[in-house]
Design a protein around this ligand. Sequence first.
Ligand code: BGC
Length: 375
Amino acid sequence: MAKRLLFTTALLVPALMQAQTSPKLGKQSFGKTSDGTEVFLYTLHNAKGMEVKITNYGGTIAQIKVPDRNGKFDDVVLGFDNLDGYTQKANTAYFGATIGRYGNRLARGTFTLDGHTYHVPTKDGANSLHGGLKGFDKRTWEAKDVSAKGAPALELHYLSRDGEEGYPGNLNVTVRFSLGEKDDLRIDYMATTDKDTVLNLTNHSYFNLAGAGSDTVLNHKLMLAADRFTPVDSTLIPTGVLQSVAGTPFDFRKSTEIGARINDNNEQLKLGKGYDHNFVLNRSGESLALAAKVEEPKSGRVLEVLTTQPGVQFYTGNFLTGSIHGIGGVYAFRSALCLETQHFPDSPNHPQFPSTVLHPGQQFRSTTIYRFSIE
Ligand code: BGC
């Protein structure tokens, strides 16, 4: 008997190890959109047990499970385990979504390109926010398993037609998510157009490294590689100035607790109801560079953000009110933070900002990596 058990175990162990260690991409139904289209939830696993769930509805990261210093896995992004969560009216937060055609705000929903003034739908008071009324976050993307050499990868494609949400040009957008063995989730964005257009793509994940649904992120420590930020007016549109962070609550060049200065008597913090600002990344050229590092002391989890983009919107979930229930429970005021790598908000109306214009014949490319570790 003992001999037989030994024999069976000897056969089973390698098979189990194989199952645990081979990275793979899973797929399951995630429901149907209002027009009857079935959408899916894809799961990327690496050999170390990290897991990322992405739905092709909105190109949305729904879950990211990473270990803490005791090896306990938790989901560290705000999200829903069903499609209704993402389509419900109360969800105005863009949890985990791919944002486009133009991320963040465009003043009064207007911009001028090649002498023509375009009007895109406004939503956030007088301004346009995150691509209009039905941005890329509310579209169904075509999905393809592009896993290679054992590295799980999902490629999403969307054709945004000429005139959609008021933007010019047929824009072909591809977003590729791949999970590496360094617990790094890499997002590659590519786009081409057949007419001049403006473009600002980002991912809108809300992180809480203590686990989604834990109270605030005010105990998280943050480093931002930015000497300057773009102050805003009362409607959260950049004034156009690139202001030094020195001597202000916006100085995160040395790792600092997010809550340390968030309630300071500072005009910009009052306008944003906390941090909701674009930081100008210190960088030369367009190679991948470290933009931010977040540390959560209790779990020991660390998140590093690397990007080719010139800016990052640091947002402390100031518009979360506790009215949304997701996988992690109630998502309360400041219970998560976003680090949206991007071009600067409202760039088309600020010629001095890095250009967001894409021309026919050009290929837009950008990369962001969210890399997790433990300290
Ligand atoms: C914006 C916030 C907004 C949030 C959710 C962020 O990118 O900067 O002002 O509330 O997205 O839409």
